[in-house]
Design a protein around this ligand. Structure first.
Ligand code: 8OZ
Length: 370
């Protein structure tokens, strides 16, 4: 019987244990460039079986918050090389999370102050974080988005493909496609944000099309064994809403089975919130969801996430419900989380006030066990 602390292989990536660090936005990369302290931060956490980087913009248009990193310019790629080397030097594994926010942005963050893009031009009525001219930060309402034209979609897919290539150039072991938390790919998948009448809207098959085309382009570019995807079928994050996620996400994972992905990473419930969140007219059946992927021949690792305690995580792996468990906030405050879980040692509490933005404080200064 496998335990949380046993090694596992996900596609082409060998993990020393079944504990992953979930992607965590930290807003410490001015001009989309990770700073030197990012190498320290990730290397401190390299005992995780797999580090998944914070969401990383695939293009300028993909950016929705101040000071998030990118992978669309040479300076960012050079900086990421230092991060991946620092992690590899410690024996760790790291993939980057490829992110396009879609409607969750602000004109001040967009190329030429333009409108954020979305499937149907429906305002998300969510909040984003910008930095004012005087250097102070502020939460502001997301800007009115515009609907993507059909003719723009190939360029969008091309941005994903290029970013995946850039990730490999930067030394990442692979990528995680961010298709969760109410950002662009989920905006296409969800009925609340997609009212398109072309082949990217309407039926579940049409709404999942863009995500599958992105997966197809990326796996052709870097290989399925280095590609994972994050999904959050029932999250209300960023005002995501969907009438029947069980239908669309079942179809999605059935189709994903053909790509020999490294992993599927599932946010169970409301991202960072209640696990029993429902969306649509019935509770989401997580077991049936995973079974649909396996039944269709999907062999990728099944990573679960959202509010897992030590006991829940150990049980998830020992029972075979999951292959890997991802921890988010606990990894911010506990660089040696793997050891602490193994020894059942107490965890440091995280300081919310330093999660987003700032310097080394609350980033690289959390204590480890002696
Ligand atoms: C918290 C703050 C900003 C962005 C996500 C990338 O929810 C995020 C995010 C989280 O996936």
């Amino acid at each position: 019987m496998a335990t949380l602390f046993d090694p596992i292989r996900l596609g082409d990536i060998e993990l020393a244990n079944r504990i992953a660090m979930a992607p965590l936005t930290r807003n410490r990369s001015p001009n989309a460039i990770p700073q030197a302290m990012a190498a320290t931060y990730y290397a401190q956490r390299a005992t995780a079986g797999l580090l998944i980087s914070e969401g990383t913009a695939i293009s300028h248009q993909a950016q929705g918050y101040a000071d998030v990193p990118g992978l669309y310019k040479p300076e960012s790629i050079e900086s990421w090389k230092k991060v991946t080397k620092a992690v590899h030097d410690k024996g760790g594994r790291i993939v980057t999370q490829l992110w396009h926010v879609g409607a969750i942005s602000h004109t001040s963050l967009q190329p030429n102050g333009g409108q954020p893009v979305s499937p149907s031009g429906i305002a998300a009525k969510s909040k984003t974080y910008v930095i004012n001219a005087d250097g102070s930060g502020a939460f502001v309402e997301t800007s009115e988005p515009r609907a993507l034209e059909l003719a723009e979609i190939p360029g969008l897919i091309e941005d994903y493909r290029k970013a995946a290539r850039a990730a490999i150039e930067a030394g990442f072991d692979g990528v995680e496609i961010h298709a969760a938390n109410g950002y662009l790919l989920q905006q296409f998948m969800s009925t609340g944000s997609n009212t398109r009448t072309d082949q990217y809207g309407g039926s579940a098959e049409n709404r999942i099309r863009l995500t599958l085309e992105v997966v197809d382009a990326i796996t052709k570019e870097i290989g399925g064994g280095r590609t994972g995807i994050r999904l959050s079928p029932v999250t209300p994050a960023n005002n995501n809403s969907d009438t029947n996620p069980q239908e669309s996400y079942t179809l999605l994972v059935e189709k994903l089975a053909a790509y020999d992905l490294a992993f599927i990473h599932v946010v169970e419930g409301a991202t960072g919130g209640p696990r029993d969140q429902t969306m649509g007219d019935k509770p989401f059946d997580w077991e049936a969801f995973k079974a649909a992927y396996r039944h269709a021949g999907g062999k990728g690792g099944w990573i679960v996430n959202n509010g897992y305690s030590r006991d829940m995580a150990m049980d998830a792996v020992e029972s075979g419900k999951a292959d890997v468990v991802a921890f988010g906030k606990a990894f911010i405050a506990n660089p040696d989380l793997v050891r602490r879980l193994k020894e059942n040692a107490p965890l440091n509490a995280g300081d919310q006030s330093t999660f987003y933005g700032g310097g080394e404080k609350g980033y690289t200064d959390y204590p480890t066990l002696d």
